[in-house]
Design a protein around this ligand. Structure first.
Ligand SMILES: NC(=O)C1=CN([C@@H]2O[C@H](COP(=O)(O)OP(=O)(O)OC[C@H]3O[C@@H](n4cnc5c(N)ncnc54)[C@H](O)[C@@H]3O)[C@@H](O)[C@H]2O)C=CC1
Ligand SMILES: O=C(O)[C@@H]1CCC=N1
Length: 269
């Protein structure tokens, strides 16, 4: 991390994901002076951080983090081409775009780490899958890992192909969970609770259940059973949610398949 402070970090694209990660790093003590951000539409928060904004690039940054939309990568990446084929590690979080594509644009000698984070990184509770190319040394991948560990957990993938299903679970997953909160709150309101109370109940329940699932020695299935009194009320709700034809399992499977299909489309341009 000292190398990072001295040589600097460049962030290309500071929208929702870039900001989530940058916030985590700045909160964790990375000096704003070590960071250069390129983004044509900087947020007020970004302007307030004190990072170098849309300034000249450092000569030999330790890391370039690519966090623009996959559709914008083709336009944005050539500006960084001169840092390719050197010792700068390119860390990308974009869905869809393969390591081979980056190698074509930046040069085959470029160390590249492909990563798939998620937005809870903003509160230090993200989880990111990473995989390096042939040029990424152990030191390069360790650097990317320690940077990402500053904003949550990191899992190392065995193959690049694993990033696709990982994306559909943990990359997109926070959106599934936020939607669960939304629909639980709406159902609570429909059943007679004030809207703000229903939302508070839904948020606290998801956060509490998530924490319990994480720290408990019992499996999620057992934790579910622990809530479900035989002949009680949860069993009736679960009969609906666990329905083999229309319930959560089939819905989740279809949702994950849809995310994967879209990732394949993005990969094929
Ligand atoms: N939002 C999420 O939960 C996750 C997003 N990702 C990936 O992160 C990347 C960014 O996604 P979001 O942050 O959600 O998108 P976003 O739209 O919030 O952010 C993209 C940013 O790129 C900037 N930008 C556009 N053109 C640019 C250029 N030529 N040079 C520099 N910056 C430019 C935009 O002004 C914007 O601030 C995507 O590739 C996505 O696949 C990965 C995991 C999770
Ligand atoms: O929706 C997207 O394309 C990005 C990738 C994973 C989460 N958000």
């Amino acid at each position: 991390m000292d190398d990072l402070k001295t040589r600097g970090l460049v962030l290309l694209g500071c929208g929702k994901m870039g900001s989530a990660m940058l916030k985590g790093w700045l909160d964790g003590g990375l000096p704003p002076a070590s960071v250069t951000v390129l983004d044509p539409h900087p947020s007020d928060w970004l302007k307030s951080t004190g990072v170098h904004l849309n300034a000249d690039l450092p000569e030999n940054p330790a890391i370039v983090l690519l966090a623009v939309k996959p559709q914008m990568m083709g336009d944005a990446l050539p500006a960084l081409q001169k840092l390719g084929n050197g010792s700068t590690v390119f860390l990308t979080v974009a869905a869809g775009i393969t390591i081979a594509t980056y190698e074509e644009i930046l040069g085959a000698e470029t160390p590249i780490v492909r990563a798939m984070p998620n937005t809870p990184a903003a509160v230090g509770r993200g989880i990111t899958g990473i995989v390096g190319n042939a040029k990424a040394s152990k030191v390069d991948v360790d650097l990317a890992e320690s940077l990402l560990q500053a904003v949550g957990l990191v899992v190392r993938l065995e193959t690049e192909a694993q990033i696709r299903p990982l994306m559909a679970i943990s990359g997109c997953g926070p959106a599934y969970v936020f939607h669960l909160i939304e629909v639980m709150a709406a159902a609570g309101e429909k059943a007679g609770l004030p809207a703000d109370m229903a939302l508070q109940l839904a948020k606290a329940t998801v956060a509490g259940a998530g924490h319990l699932a994480e720290v408990s020695d019992e499996s999620p299935a057992q934790l579910r059973i622990n809530v479900t009194s035989p002949g009680g009320v949860t069993a009736e709700a679960l009969r609906v949610l666990m329905d083999e034809e229309n319930g959560f399992p089939v819905l989740m499977e279809r949702a994950v398949e849809a995310a994967i299909e879209r990732d394949e489309e993005l990969a094929n341009g």
